[in-house]
Design a protein around this ligand. Structure first.
Ligand SMILES: Nc1ncnc2c1ncn2[C@@H]1O[C@H](COP(=O)(O)OP(=O)(O)OP(=O)(O)O)[C@@H](O)[C@H]1O
Ligand SMILES: [Mg+2]
Length: 706
């Protein structure tokens, strides 16, 4: 009957649940989910585990239901005949209960039957039952007063549970989706229903960070600033004694890969204050009101942990200037920003919470965010200079297994001289590529050659040995590069040449690598010489083959850019005068020029003239040195790569003095190494004053090594 059906269904459900618990939880927790299982096998009840609690409750519930159905007194089924002869005739029936118009429960007088308290039988319908009962009474000749009473009742036998199963399943499924789905996941891995959307996703950094300050190099000034913030929090007295207020925060800005995030990580790894980190984009969600709520929650968390440091990476996601059109998520972003402004400097002033932020684009940030009182300091981390690069190389050479003949310091200096303009991330990449190249050829250690190849690869892209050039094409490329090299060699302000190659790499067919000076100001003459050098390739093609190719496109683009910049931005044209306009950046749309048509015409004319002059001068030079270009071109065709020594051999010494080694570059700058000393007041930045002296001395040791 019904009960057995239910029984089966519950067994099935229980089995399914166990199954889900077994596989589902195992996957979710990635092995850790079995933790409670192994603990339980050891005889320990892991009540602190959520999964275990869920399991226990489910198992207990299902078991009790099963027990109920199994052990409740269900009586014995009998037939009508048996009822009449065995019970009715013998007068042991106390009363008859017609349940749900389906069956009749025969309640016996106490002691009437040893087996059970009652028996039951099915009936077709109540009418027939009544008629049959009447007939039986007549037959047995029972007096109406002796007849058993008939009661009608409705009882639930558990079938309502069955009808509720689909609803329950649906409800459970929805709950599951809410918890595990995108809504619930809003809170970064934490279990949370739709009601925890406003919870901040900020994470508290614990001791699991391996980055230390000694891993960050080449940005000493920024490092000192950050150390100072830690010191503010540790020793506020040092500053307050002199009447100074503690700054609220700092923005770290600079090009990609210069070490902003790394610096923050190092702070988290080494500072003895709580470090909370969050990503700017985590405030933006498709639901209205979530961003501000998260900001509020994050600051509440910070205040609870004060004194502490809060780091918001890529803050431009929320900190964009307000008022830039009110469409889409714009107003939500503005609300988030407003909340941030209020939290940083509102009535609920966050005492002893220092906010650091990182961004590539400080120019798009809202001015209100950048004003003193919020982000008091703007720390620019630019591409490192030559000393900085040497230090960064030392950091990234540390884990690499070098050839025993190589001196780490000397190598770092040499590489620093050969990689102008590289950022920290580029340098890390060079070191890694060198090791990869060495490993590819099964070398036991990494040598200088591998580093050279790595630099080439990072600058030019992958070498394409399989690309076959037609002989004529190859010749054109060789003379083109030779033209660049010769012009560079004989012009005073051109950059010293490092290498010429006609092996195709990346997109280019050949390249000449120069060593740009570490220079921040360029004179008009210097820019002019550079333009000539860039035109050298095209001119050489013209002189030798009397035809020009598409190979010079990149050069021409650079020439044009330089020429326009000189006229429009740097005010270097006499006719246009001392004015400077913004040139449109790549990908930007220009709707309106900031100058008149007449000026535009004048600018174009000046640019044309400038390029023309450069071309004429280059043409003259190439014609004068035709045999030399020929020589270099031929040698290139032979060997494919020429370096400086080859050039010296072919052309004789360069008529101008030039700097090429690390020592040349750093000469006159005071020291050979980056200055990493700390100011007096920051000596024990990570300690509270008055801490035990031995702790102090240990940090001082650390300082001297960083
Ligand atoms: N100053 C540095 N010293 C040592 N390594 C550096 C330095 N700068 C960058 N690196 C290397 O480059 C990697 C990327 O740096 P990081 O993530 O800090 O860049 P970022 O400035 O945050 O860039 P983005 O603006 O793109 O976020 C680091 O993991 C590290 O290996
Ligand atoms: Mg970063």
């Amino acid at each position: 009957m019904m009960q057995y059906q239910i029984h089966n269904i519950f067994l099935f459900v229980l089995w399914k649940l166990l199954d889900v618990a077994d596989t589902g939880l195992g996957i979710k927790e990635g092995g850790g989910g079995k933790d409670w299982w192994s603990r339980m096998q050891k005889g320990d009840f892991p009540w602190d585990q959520k999964d275990f609690r869920y399991m226990a409750v489910t198992v207990a519930g299902v078991t009790s239901i099963l027990l109920y159905f199994n052990f409740r007194d269900t009586g014995r089924e009998i037939t009508w005949k048996e009822f009449v002869h065995r019970y009715l005739a013998r007068g042991v029936v106390d009363r008859l209960e017609v349940v749900n118009k389906q069956y009749v429960r025969v309640i016996l007088v106490p002691g009437g039957d040893a087996d059970s308290r009652y028996v039951w039988f099915n009936i077709g319908s109540v009418d027939t039952f009544e008629r049959n009962l009447e007939a039986a009474h007549m037959e047995l000749g029972l007096e109406p007063s002796n007849r058993a009473a008939v009661i009608y009742s409705t009882e639930s036998d558990g079938s309502f549970l069955l009808s509720a199963v689909p609803t329950l399943l649906l409800f459970g499924f929805m709950l599951f989706v809410l918890r595990r789905g995108p809504l619930g996941r809003g809170s970064g891995g934490r279990m949370g229903g739709p009601f925890s959307m406003g919870e901040s996703t900020a994470k508290m950094m614990k001791d699991n960070i391996s980055v230390k300050f000694k891993d960050v190099a080449g940005c000493e000034e920024a490092k000192v600033e950050i150390l100072e913030f830690v010191n503010f929090l540790k020793n506020p007295q040092q500053y307050q004694d002199l009447g100074a207020k503690i700054p609220k925060g700092a923005v770290l800005s600079g090009p990609p890969g210069t070490g902003k995030t790394l610096l923050a990580k190092a702070t988290a790894g080494e500072a003895n204050v709580p470090f909370i980190t969050v990503n700017g984009s985590e405030f933006l969600e498709m639901f209205v009101g979530v961003g501000p709520a998260r900001v509020r929650d994050m600051f509440a968390m910070a205040r609870k942990n004060a004194p502490c440091i809060l780091f918001i990476d890529e803050i431009d996601a929320v900190g964009r200037k307000r008022g830039g059109g009110n469409f889409g998520g714009q107003s939500e972003q503005e609300n988030t920003l407003n909340q941030l402004l209020v939290e940083m400097d509102g009535f609920n002033t966050a005492t002893n919470v220092v906010v650091l932020a990182g961004t590539n684009r400080p120019d798009v940030l809202d001015p209100a965010l950048m004003r003193p009182g919020r982000f008091d300091r703007q720390i620019y981390i630019g591409p490192p200079d030559i000393k900085g690069r040497a230090s960064i190389f030392k950091v990234h050479l540390r884990p690499i297994k070098l050839d025993p003949g190589l001196d780490k310091d000397a190598l770092a200096r040499k590489m620093a001289a050969a990689t102008p303009g590289f950022t920290g991330a580029d340098i890390a990449n060079v070191c890694n590529e060198a090791a990869l190249i060495a490993a590819r050829h099964l070398n036991p250690s990494v040598n200088a050659k591998h580093f050279e190849q790595a630099i080439d690869r990072v600058i030019g892209g992958l070498e394409r040995k399989t690309q076959v050039l037609q002989p004529t094409e190859k010749k054109t490329v060789a003379y083109h590069e030779a033209g660049h090299a010769i012009v560079g060699w004989f012009l005073q302000h051109a950059d010293p040449l490092l290498k010429v190659s006609i092996i195709p790499r990346g997109k280019g067919l050949g390249y000449a690598q120069y060593l740009p000076r570490e220079q921040y100001l360029y004179s008009k003459e210097q820019l002019f010489d550079r333009m000539c050098m860039m035109l050298g390739g095209r001119v050489a093609e013209q002189v030798f083959f009397s035809r020009i190719t598409t190979g010079a496109q990149d050069d021409l683009k650079k020439v044009t850019q330089s020429a326009y910049a000189q006229v429009v931005q740097f005010g270097m044209s006499e006719k246009v005068g001392q004015v400077s306009f913004d040139l449109p950046r790549q990908g930007e749309m220009v709707l309106e020029k900031p100058y008149s048509e007449a000026t535009a015409e004048l600018i174009d004319k000046e640019v044309r003239e400038l390029v023309e002059r450069a071309y004429d001068r280059t043409l003259q030079l190439i014609k004068d040195k035709k045999e030399l270009v020929e020589k270099v071109g031929q040698r290139l065709l032979e060997r494919e790569i020429l370096d400086k020594a080859d050039m010296l051999e072919l052309l004789g010494p360069r008529p101008f003095q030039e700097k090429s080694t690390y020592e040349d570059f750093v000469e006159g700058t005071g020291s050979f190494e980056e200055d990493t000393s700390l100011p007096e007041g920051l000596r024990d930045w990570n300690q509270e004053r008055g801490a035990e002296s031995e702790e102090k001395s240990s940090t001082q040791d650390k300082q001297t090594t960083t």
